[in-house]
Design a protein around this ligand. Structure first.
Ligand code: SF4
Length: 299
């Protein structure tokens, strides 16, 4: 009887997936829907962890920015529009910097050309990292959208509208893609009470942290945005975006690209449970305790 030795090099969750395949190859009596069962346990744990979020993200912002973004819908729109290619806390600071110049007004900003907007962004303490020229396009589109079509009221974009329609409108702003549009509608739902009963239209934002966790935890077989978004829709159809924050947070705090900190990760309990189950299957098949695991990343 050959012992089963697994080499999990990137993360314990990935080790679990290898273990399932190994158990199957060795002829273990595995239920046909075992993959679904495993995924559903991970999804439940993610949802449970998501309920601990509270105000943790808002408290990461400086008080001035938190107050402004919570109270001013145009500030929220500008914050999410700049939330790419730089730490999110800094991106969300940009509307505060514009406000300090007395210019956080969609009508006034819409009257400025892109060169003037680029100069404005060049002069503030926190600038878009990718370039102020690109940032000026984003700011110009956001201001013109709100001033021109919504009479200067950014909240009118999402008030009495559906998540799908709002995501489409957001993507008219250069720099906002489907991921940021999904994230923005998820925040509007979670923190501003919008879209109740329409959560099925809110997707995850497949950024690098979330994608890594989805693949390692066995929720998605591939790394593409489409694969990850469809996995979330399939596994949690009533509210795919509910998996967004917990998976993103786990990727940010524990599931590092190399040497993930599985010991502290909220998914570790699920991993342990699945590992025990697999060990039982393998052990029963071999009539011996021949299952052992070596070289885990956190060991
Ligand atoms: S850190 Fe968490 S999600 Fe990442 S591999 Fe480890 S147990 Fe899985």
């Amino acid at each position: 009887m050959l012992p089963v030795t697994l080499q999990a090099t990137t993360g314990d969750c990935e080790g679990v997936r290898l273990d399932w395949r190994m158990a199957r190859r060795r002829g273990a009596m595995v239920e046909p829907n075992e993959g679904v069962m495993e995924a559903s346990a991970v999804v439940e744990r993610l949802k449970e962890f998501g309920r601990t979020r509270g105000d943790s993200d808002w408290s990461a912002l400086d008080k001035e920015t938190e107050t402004l973004v919570r109270r001013n819908p145009f500030a929220f729109l500008v914050a999410v529009a700049f939330d790419r290619g730089m730490p999110w806390e800094k991106a969300w600071r940009i509307p505060t910097e514009i406000d300090r110049r007395g210019l956080l007004d969609p009508v006034r900003l819409a009257a400025m050309n892109e060169a003037e907007l680029a100069m404005l962004l060049d002069g503030v303490a926190v600038r878009p990292r990718w370039s102020t020229k690109q940032g000026a396009k984003t700011l110009s589109d956001a201001a013109r959208l709100v001033a021109g079509r919504f009479a200067g009221d950014a909240e009118a974009i999402w008030k009495d509208s559906s998540p799908a329609a709002v995501q489409k409108t957001f993507q008219e702003i250069r720099g906002i893609g489907p991921g940021i549009a999904s994230m923005a509608t998820r925040i509007l739902r979670d923190d501003f009470g919008c879209f109740r009963g329409q959560e099925g239209e809110i997707d995850v934002k497949p950024d690098e942290h979330l994608v890594r966790v989805f693949v390692r935890a066995g929720l998605s077989d591939g790394y593409s945005d489409n694969e990850v978004m469809h996995a979330a829709r399939r596994l949690n159809p009533e509210f795919p975006g509910e998996l967004d924050w917990p998976a993103w947070r786990i990727g940010q705090v524990w599931c590092h690209p190399t040497r993930p900190d599985c010991g502290g990760c909220p998914l570790t309990e699920v991993r342990e449970a699945v590992m025990s189950l697999i060990a039982m299957f393998v052990s029963a098949f071999d009539h011996a305790s021949c299952y052992r695991r070596s070289n885990g990343p956190s060991s």
